[in-house]
Design a protein around this ligand. Structure first.
Ligand code: ADP
Length: 161
């Protein structure tokens, strides 16, 4: 059984992430979406909230598991007995960072492979940050994230502002 790990902040999940997760679910037997618990970032949603939002968003995909991790991704990949890290690429600007990460992960553990999937053109400009920024300024984000994410953001911004 081939296991792929889709790591990220998912703060919150967007339709761009979901596109990659769905496509990955056709390539491997199981996709583990791993939410990075990074104490140096200042996320809008807590780990638990991001996990719950992801669970709701992926409930129709049978071979997806939602989890979280902290520390080195390669250690987490080993712990899950996974075969491959699957990442999305939006633009040339993603490439440099992802190239560096993939090579560093290879250096840390030569058995860990990274696979890249090109974004679908309709999501190529989409990131969690641009969605949050737009929403904060009352811009319309319909169609860019699932509806329950819009509800969660509405609630969250009421709490934090
Ligand atoms: P973001 O940049 O949106 O905060 P994350 O850190 O959560 O994203 O990213 C997790 C993974 O999802 C990364 O591999 C990233 O390149 C990919 N990704 C994010 N948005 C998109 C998109 N619109 N299309 C394809 N891949 C994406």
């Amino acid at each position: 059984m081939k296991i792929g790990i889709c790591p990220g902040s998912f703060d919150p999940v967007t339709n761009g992430h979901l596109d990659i997760i769905k496509r990955a679910s056709h390539v491997v037997d199981k996709v583990v979406v791993a939410v990075l618990n990074n104490p140096f970032k200042n996320p809008l949603f807590t780990i638990e909230e991001r996990i719950n939002i992801l669970k709701e968003a992926t409930k129709e995909i049978p071979n997806v598991e939602i989890d979280s991790f902290s520390g080195l991704l390669v250690d987490y990949v080993n712990m899950k007995n996974a075969d491959v890290i699957i990442k999305g690429l939006r633009a040339v600007s993603d490439f440099e960072y992802e190239f560096q990460m993939a090579l560093m992960n290879k250096k840390l553990n030569k058995n860990v492979e990274t696979m890249f999937m090109m974004t679908s053109s309709e999501y190529s400009y989409l990131s969690s940050s641009i969605v949050k920024e737009t929403f904060k300024l009352n811009g319309c984000i319909e169609g860019l994230v699932p509806d329950h994410v819009i509800d969660a953001m509405r609630k969250k911004f009421k709490e934090v502002l």
